[in-house]
Design a binder for this molecule. Structure first.
Ligand code: G4P
Length: 530
């Protein structure tokens, strides 16, 4: 195997998706702990300290009032080079969260064992499932009283529509959480000395078949119960099938407690083996093999304002093939120009640093003088192919934006178009208004504040935001349909995006159904590929 192939094959690039508070940050941190990248020992509150370290970059931006970062962490573990794409939840939830998933080769879905599938998990899962990438389930917080294990697994199957295959199984929960049973080896795995999760701790493996040793380890009652559950599971659960996992049709399931480290390393080990090295990507010239082609990448996120004084931006690229070397001349396909990738940087555990080289699977951020757009492709000449674009995801919050001082129309249009180009907001026009009054759609409400703040600070424009009641947007698939002839509900609104595509805004899903019923042949879409 060539050195290039070796480098690429050891890469694992994935996103962690979850509903806020399920434990995504804690789990990420524990991965770093096992990767030897952070030291939690000695910290009274390990988590808070480490979190501070890994999210410094974000904090800086928060101070500036424009936190919209999905950071990328790279670290090594067990011969693998791991890239974790952080998908911001909480108030940072935005379209970037969805776009980040376009750069991942697989996803780890963290679910709170006491809560089960929650709304944000559902949304993020949908985006991953649509791409058909492998999805792994980690039921977290098993050190707390969790819901019935079979019920949890069943909920994932029913609510998300994906088959599951438990790889390990919890032994009790809450105070009685003793460890996990590894179905691949038939062993009980016990954990000790993790010092409330601040140390890696030790792992003891005991064969469940060894009656004496396993009874001594977990007690007779827990052993009996485990035997019963395993028998049920063996009869009912799907068998592990790597091919189905690769297609995103079967989710391997794990249980553990990120807080106490129980089940974290065993998850990491299995997951790294089952997930895939950088996947080939589809371009307009066919599928691009990560190893065979020279350097190529696509832009999945643009981060504005890293340095306010310069209004500069960072374009985040996912490398899809070959090797990146600092200073190389590359071809920016959409710009139809040769460019140099300037100030390339990467996040390594807790710091940003300049990269000299990077490989397919890695994410780099490069200085963007304002030339890149989301979805753009970068190739090595003479290649000039284009990767399939990143869809536009449906905003869920809408507001009418009005200019306070109509004399500033020019700055307003410039600012708002620029911010839309970066992908922070989507703008729509009602057919009877010009650009003085537009409708802005966002995935996360914080983006409204970002918009207001940035227009004021960067363009010296004050705006008035009027919230609108719409929650659903649909693109119209039938290109031949005349927007004016669509017969919708009275609370529906017809708008166009910047490219002139017709769209419909709805206040509830009932109106969507009504409109579909009333207009024979009308086809609506939640995403736009244009
Ligand atoms: P998120 O990134 O998905 O939003 O979740 P995060 O890791 O921040 O965890 C949310 C809360 O859940 C934190 O508590 C964290 O300590 C706790 N938690 C995470 N994993 C586990 C687990 O395996 N077991 C238990 N019992 N709790 C877990 P917090 O009180 O909000 O924060 P802190 O006071 O601990 O900093």
């Amino acid at each position: 195997m060539s050195d290039l192939a070796k480098e690429i094959n050891k890469r694992r690039t994935f996103a962690i998706i979850s509903h806020p508070d399920a434990g995504k940050t804690t789990l990420t941190e524990k991965f770093l702990l096992y990767g030897g990248q952070i030291n939690l020992a000695g910290s009274v509150k390990g988590k808070a300290t480490a979190r501070h370290a890994v999210s410094d970059w974000m904090d800086i931006e928060k101070e500036r009032g424009i936190s919209v970062t999905s950071s990328v962490l790279q670290f090594n573990y067990g011969g693998y080079c791991i890239n974790i794409l952080d998908t911001p939840g909480h108030q940072d939830f935005s379209e970037d969260t969805y776009r980040t998933l376009m750069a991942a080769d697989s996803a780890v879905m963290v679910i709170d064992g006491a809560k089960g599938v929650e709304p944000q998990t559902r949304k993020l899962f949908k985006v991953c499932a649509r791409r058909g990438i492998p999805i792994f389930t980690f039921f977290n917080k098993m050190d707390r009283d969790a819901r019935d294990t079979f019920e949890l697994v069943d909920e994932v199957e029913k609510e998300l529509g994906i088959a599951t295959c438990p790889i390990n199984w919890p032994i009790g929960s809450g105070k009685n959480f003793k460890g996990v049973y590894d179905r691949t080896t038939g062993e009980i795995v016990e954990f000790a000395d993790t010092l409330k999760g601040t140390k890696e701790g030790t792992e003891t493996r005991i064969k469940l078949d060894d009656v004496e040793a396993s009874t001594a380890a977990i007690g007779e009652e827990a052993r009996e119960q485990l035997l019963e559950e395993i028998e049920l599971l063996d009869g009912a659960a799907a068998e592990f099938d790597q091919e189905l996992v690769n297609k995103g049709q079967l989710s391997p399931v794990f249980f553990g407690s990120a807080l106490t480290n129980f089940g974290v390393e065993i998850f990491l080990e299995h997951f790294l083996e089952m997930t895939m090295s950088p996947l080939p990507r589809v371009s307009n010239e066919g599928v691009i093999d990560p190893v065979e082609k020279n350097f190529s990448a696509f832009v999945f996120k643009i981060q504005a304002n890293m340095n306010k004084a310069h209004r500069d931006r960072i374009a985040f690229m996912r490398i899809c093939s070959g090797k990146f070397e600092a200073g190389m001349n590359v071809w920016h396909v959409q710009g139809n120009k040769q460019v140099r990738l300037l100030q390339p940087q990467q996040m390594m555990a807790d710091e940003r640093h300049v990269v000299d080289e990077a490989f397919a699977g890695d994410i780099i951020g490069v200085f963007d003088p304002g030339i890149y757009s989301i979805g753009d492709t970068i190739c090595t000449p003479p290649d000039k192919f284009q990767y399939a674009g990143i869809p536009t995801f449906a905003p869920e919050h809408f507001a009418r934006v009005r200019l306070e001082d109509s004399l500033k129309r020019k700055q307003f249009v410039k600012g708002i178009e620029q911010i839309a180009q970066e992908g922070a907001i989507q703008i729509f026009q009602e057919s009877n208004y010009g650009m003085e009054e537009i409708i802005v759609g966002v995935v996360g409400v914080l983006q409204f504040e970002v918009l207001q703040y940035r227009l004021k600070n960067e363009y010296n424009v004050d705006i008035i935001l009027e919230n609108l009641p719409y929650e659903f947007i649909r693109w119209i698939k039938n290109t031949d349909i005349d927007l004016d002839t669509i017969n919708g509900t009275s609370d529906m609104k017809k708008v166009r995006d910047l490219k002139g595509n017709p769209l419909l805004l709805f206040v509830n899903s009932w109106s969507i159904g009504m409109t579909l019923d009333r207009n024979d042949g009308l086809e609506l879409e939640e995403y736009s590929e244009n």
